[in-house]
Every structure is written in structure tokens, then in C-alpha cells.
Design a protein around this ligand. Sequence first.
Ligand code: MD6
Ligand code: FE
Length: 209
Amino acid sequence: MLFPEFQTVELAPGALLLRGAAEACATDLLSQIEGVIMVSPLRTVVTPMGKSMSVEMTNCGDVGWVSDRTGYRYETIDPLTNLSWPAIPALFAQLANGVAAQAGFPEFHPDACLINRYAMGSKMGLHQDRDEQDFAQPIVSVSLGLPITFNFGGGTRTSPTTKTQLRHGDVVVFGGQSRLAFHGVGTLRRGQHSLTGPYRFNLTFRRAG
Ligand code: MD6
Ligand code: FE
């Protein structure tokens, strides 16, 4: 399941980058993403400030992360389809459990997986992931397709940031002391990837409830 040998980089205490850990299963992950998108399509959302996000997103899991004028939250029903979100595919769950265990979180059972698709020019500003109930649970993030710059900060919005390239198949586990660190990604540059064409996909697995 996991790529047999991968390099581990500690970005900060609790934040581990597992280089290429999802590469071996990337093709299968992408076909499962296609299946999710057929049920709960990618969409553009607005922030509580009324600005459109530049990434397109959808979810799978018992709950999905949503944003609109009233705020950020997890919802059991997809507001676009008025149906439940599709289930987390077994392969996603196995990957998330496997990498979390490698990173020292053996009991990670995500109930939400946010799927973000970046096109040329998409970016994500510095933010904290803090809409979940239990910050003892990590977040597992999987990058597929075109590379992007990951900006990793600290406990406040103005903490200094370090930059790391996230490439196809890379996995980041965010937990412990880094669970509430500010982070974001730079602007996706034009490119072509053999598996994703002009896009980058990011999966983030969370235990929301
Ligand atoms: C991205 N990632 O890689 C955005 N959040 O496109 C995140 O926002 C993120 O990589 C929480 C934990 C890990 C992440
Ligand atoms: Fe995040």
C-alpha cells in the first residue's frame, strides 16, 4: 500500500513529510477521486468574507467540510446535491491509517476527507485547520499531480514560515504540537502531469467529530 521506501522530513515537531509515500497507489487514488466527483461534484465555495476560493472542492466521508457566508463547518449532507457525501473509499482509509501509524498516530480513523483541486493560479492562504473537535487527532494530507510550494508557519499568523515543495505522492501528517500551526500553499504554476494533466489534487483526512 505505502510506497516501500520513502524519506521522512520533519517540518516541525508533530509535522512530518513522508516523501512519495502515496506514489504507489496514486493511480488508484485518482480513479477513486473520479468516483467521488461523480456523486458530489467539485464546486467553488465562498468564505464567510464573501470571497470565492480559488480551489474547487468536494468531500467524502460521514461529514464534509463546507464554507459559505455563514461560516466554516462540517455537514452530513452535501449542500449541492442534498444527498449524503459518498463514503470514504477503502483505499483512502487504508492509506490514511497507514501513514498516520507511521507518523505515530496508530488510532487515526478519519470521518471526513476534503478533496481540493488546484488549477493554474489556484492558491490557499495561511490558515489553521480548527473546525474539528479533537485536536489530539492529526490531519493527513496527500498531494497528487502538479507540485506546489507548501508554506508552513507557527502558532500565530505572523510566525515565520518555511517553504517546502509538495510533489506527486507526498504525504504530510500534521499532529501534536503542529496540529494548529498556520499553513498554506503558493500559487499553482502552469504544467502538465501524466496522471492529472493541468491539475493538482490534495486530499486531507480529518477526524471531525
Ligand atoms: C494543500 N493543505 O496541500 C493544502 N491542512 O493543498 C492543507 O491545508 C493542509 O496539507 C492540514 C494539514 C495538512 C495540509
Ligand atoms: Fe489546511
